[in-house]
Design a protein around this ligand. Structure first.
Ligand code: NAG
Ligand code: NAG
Ligand code: NAG
Length: 202
């Protein structure tokens, strides 16, 4: 477990560094999306409006708050925003894996059912971390279909984790917020990738 933990952190850091490098390239390179003449703030607002309008889970305020919190979002294009969303999802999922490991260490405060659900979620989130990392790699090599599949799979992971606790009929369990965050972050990325693939009808 400890080893997995360290590998993950290193991986996440590596991936952040990598993406920063690419974001710089992307934001300095000529945008292939010249149809968007919006200023960066407009771009975040417009993207979040479009994507929250098309989604049953994504809220506009969550979308704009998440993207606006990352300085590079303000100086980038749609490709850059997709990467920001994927990086946020990766960071969130990685953090959740660590939180679940900490919760499991404290085992005594959970019953059998909750422990089993937490263990399922740990596996789901670990797979989600790997899927998101694969998606980022695929997106950077312009393999958008593979990128979409990874983000979609991660949304399913969050939904499955949430469902695992539903039988328990408690309104808020230890991972409700994490599941909802990951669902929405992946949905932002998925939506932007689809906008790019379909040539942007916003
Ligand atoms: C974007 O939305 C934020 C808040 O949602 C608002 O403060 C800002 O003025 C908007 N920017 C533009 C360019 O519409
Ligand atoms: C997860 O994402 C949410 C929404 O963007 C953010 O508020 C939160 O700080 C993130 N947590 C981590 C650990 O990345
Ligand atoms: C573990 O349990 C202790 C005592 O119940 C609590 O104070 C602590 O916050 C718990 N840690 C986690 C990570 O849940």
């Amino acid at each position: 477990m400890q080893h997995m933990h360290e590998t993950m952190l290193q991986f996440s850091f590596f991936s952040f560094t990598l993406c920063f490098f690419f974001l710089i390239i992307i934001s300095h390179g000529r945008s292939s999306i010249s149809t968007i003449s919006a200023t960066p703030n407009d771009l975040i607002n417009q993207t979040c409006k479009t994507c929250s309008g098309r989604s049953t889970v994504l809220k506009y305020n969550f979308c704009s708050a998440s993207l606006e919190a990352i300085p590079v979002s303000h100086a980038t294009n749609l490709q850059g925003l997709a990467l920001v969303a994927m990086e946020l999802a990766l960071e969130n999922a990685t953090h959740t894996v660590i939180s679940i490991m900490n919760l499991l260490k404290n085992g005594t405060s959970f019953d059998h059912f909750e422990l089993a659900s937490l263990k399922d979620c740990l596996e789901l989130y670990w797979d989600a971390v790997l899927s998101i990392a694969d998606s980022i790699e695929a997106f950077l090599s312009e393999n958008n279909e593979i990128a979409e599949m990874g983000m979609f799979g991660s949304m399913e992971a969050a939904a499955t984790c949430e469902e695992g606790f539903l039988e328990k009929k408690v309104e808020v369990h230890p991972l409700t917020k994490e599941n909802y965050n990951l669902l929405q972050l992946c949905d932002i990325a998925l939506c932007i990738i689809r906008l790019l693939v379909n040539g942007l009808i916003m």
